[in-house]
Design a protein around this ligand. Structure first.
Ligand code: IRN
Ligand code: FE2
Length: 607
């Protein structure tokens, strides 16, 4: 569970005070071979979501949980108080059911909430002009120490196209504050999740990805759920949603939160539904409210709330090919129809805001009516709901509660841009958080790919966080390998979007990897990649020896036909013959062609 990532080490950059220690990952590089000039290559620093688990000196103790790095910052603001005994939701549950103690987390933290009348959201502080330690931490984290590469050729980058976003050259704590204040970014950071390493979701920051875990009613065991979390963040999950249902839901979540360095999201209506034995009609506002408080006290950082599924929108889904595909959306639609009443999440929205601001839980306003197939994309039900989410955003902002907006789903490429433009306009630039979208329905077994295509596009247009889809989507519960494949697919989409937007420094890693590739620094090529272990495994399949890790070719083209090798030959030829690279290319190619014809025309060589 705690292997370091190959070829790199965890570093901490200190902020303006000693308790701001921002984790980053430094990938070391070898020297350029003398043949190519022999220069030193600087270490490349990258964003690191993996928490202490990749630190070889860290002793994992799941029963104790992670250190509470934000506890001091929360306490010094002086606006929260501890809940004891029956004043907390869990305290009341334990009093009612002593059996619960058996599952009690050894180090369960006493829950806190805002003092009467206080508002403890990052948005509230931002709007008063306060730069919190969380904001400073985020600024350092987002910059990934690219300042250290000032003047280096690795910093050269194509200009991006970022569709109205105002990307700064370097992120400052004040910029973080201003984006949060105007609602264009959120910092999901419940005061009861002090273990979390602060991060930000907004279109002027690095594109983030979310991984879902715990999808099943057949509980796979609490330690296994924590292991899934640790696995997800190892590959780069920026947030994790715990979608557990079934038994021990509270305890599972407690273990996950206490051991999570990334924000945790949930869909509270799932647990509320468990409490009424799965009968949607039996749900009440009171049951839902108590569930919200219970989860807020545990430290859930954001809640998916399907408050835009209005009674009048439900009939609009009747003629769809796949109706309502959102779990939460279908629960609320059923409730609305059964009672012929307006969605209680909508009618009680201001009450929900009161809870959110007492713990700093962010809204992820659910897309309960998202299209579930290409044929249903961008229809009246979907956009009716989106417009409603825009109205709710303004209500939440009135309370200084942070909001992001969930989006589709299944959308063909030519209809993706309209989604982003409409979201920006109707939801007043609150961050967009989309599920893919899948750009075609015809590839069950490969939906991490169908959806990463859409995710890359919508990320480029301005979506702030991409919810991953695994290869098992529509087919079954993902296993470990599926989770890894899904996350890597989404890291690719997110990074491709950052490059296209021209996010400052985004291209540094591409430049470094390409240089390593050109110079046949194989280990560096693996280590600079998103999945060093897989890259090495693939290379080892045909060229396992250590000596192969400095060979000037790979088994794809063999020693004679490596284009990189040929380019280097062209350059050497040019230098030797005193010709320009262009004419050397012509001459060199003629020579190569003669050589090629002599050897027969086998293009693929088994090396
Ligand atoms: C993200 C964007 N749209 C939906 N999602 C995610 O889908 C949401 O955050 C949650 O993790 C998952 C399931 O949501 P439904 O099916 O209950 O809407
Ligand atoms: Fe789907």
């Amino acid at each position: 569970m705690t292997r370091p990532i190959p070829g790199s080490r965890k570093i901490h950059v200190q902020g303006s005070r000693p308790d701001i220690q921002v984790p980053l990952r430094e990938i070391c590089q070898a020297q350029t071979p003398t043949l190519f000039g022999g220069e030193e290559n600087p270490p490349i620093t990258v964003y690191d979501t993996s928490g202490p688990y990749t630190d070889p000196d860290y002793k994992v103790d799941l029963a104790t949980g992670l250190p509470a790095l934000r506890a001091g910052w929360i306490a010094e603001r002086g606006d929260t108080e501890q809940l004891t005994g029956l004043s907390s939701a869990f305290g009341r549950q334990r009093a009612a059911d002593p059996k619960l103690d058996a599952f009690r987390f050894t180090a369960t933290r006493a829950p806190h909430r805002a003092k009467a009348g206080a508002n403890v959201t990052q948005m509230h502080y931002a709007r008063q002009g306060i730069v919190t330690p969380e904001m400073e931490y985020i600024a350092i984290r987002e910059n990934q120490r690219i300042e250290a590469l000032q003047g280096s050729a690795l910093r050269t980058q194509h200009p991006g196209e970022s569709f109205g976003a105002a990307l700064p050259k370097l992120i400052t704590p004040e910029f973080v504050r201003d984006e949060v204040a105007r609602g264009r970014a959120i910092i999901p950071a419940n005061i009861n999740h002090p273990e979390a390493e602060p991060m930000i979701i907004g279109r002027n920051f690095l594109t983030k990805i979310n991984a879902n875990i715990g999808n099943s009613a057949v509980s796979s065991g609490i330690a296994e759920e924590v292991e899934k979390l640790v696995w997800s963040i190892r590959w780069g999950g920026d947030t994790v949603m715990d979608l557990s249902t079934g038994k021990h839901i509270h305890e599972t979540r407690e273990w996950i939160i206490r051991n999570s360095p990334v924000p945790i999201g949930t869909v509270p209506i799932y647990q509320a539904l468990e409490k009424v034995n799965g009968v949607a009609e039996d749900l009440t506002w009171e049951i839902f409210r108590d569930t919200l408080i219970e989860q807020a006290e545990q430290g859930v950082d954001y809640f998916t709330i399907h408050a835009g599924v209005l009674l009048r929108f439900v009939p609009l889904t009747a003629k769809r090919v796949t109706g309502i595909v959102s779990r939460g959306g279908s629960i609320m639609a059923k409730w609305c129809l059964a009672h012929h009443k307006e969605n209680f999440l909508y009618t009680h929205f201001e009450d929900i805001c009161e809870i959110m601001k007492a713990y700093d839980v962010s809204f992820s306003l659910g897309d309960g009516l998202r299209p579930g197939c290409i044929a249903d994309a961008n229809d009246a039900a979907q956009f009716g709901e989106l417009d409603t989410l825009g109205e709710l955003t303004q209500i939440a902002w009135k309370h200084d509660v942070q909001v992001m907006i969930e989006g589709p789903g299944h959308v063909p490429m030519q209809l993706i841009k309209e989604n982003m433009e409409r979201q920006l306009e109707k939801c007043h630039e609150a961050p967009f958080y989309t599920l893919g979208p899948l750009t075609t329905d015809i590839a069950p077994g490969y939906d991490h790919i169908t959806s990463a295509i859409g995710a890359a596009m919508i990320g480029w247009f301005g979506t702030a966080m991409l919810c991953y889809v695994t290869p098992k989507e529509h087919l079954g519960l993902p296993n470990k390998q599926d989770v890894r494949d899904g996350i890597i697919a989404y890291k690719i989409a997110a990074h491709a979007a950052d490059l296209a937007k021209g996010h400052p420094g985004a291209q540094v890693r591409d430049n470094a990897l390409s240089k390593a590739r050109f110079e046949f620094r194989w280990e560096d090529q693996f280590n600079l990649g998103l999945d060093p272990e897989k890259a090495k495994e693939f290379h080892d399949e045909t060229m396992p020896k250590d000596a192969h890790k400095s060979a000037h070719f790979c088994s794809m083209c063999g020693p004679k036909f490596c284009s990189m090798k040929i380019t280097q030959d062209v350059r050497d030829y040019a230098a030797e013959h005193g010709t320009g690279e262009e004419s050397a290319l012509q001459e060199g190619m003629a020579e190569k062609s003669a050589e090629f014809r002599q050897q027969g025309s086998e293009v693929y060589h088994k090396a």
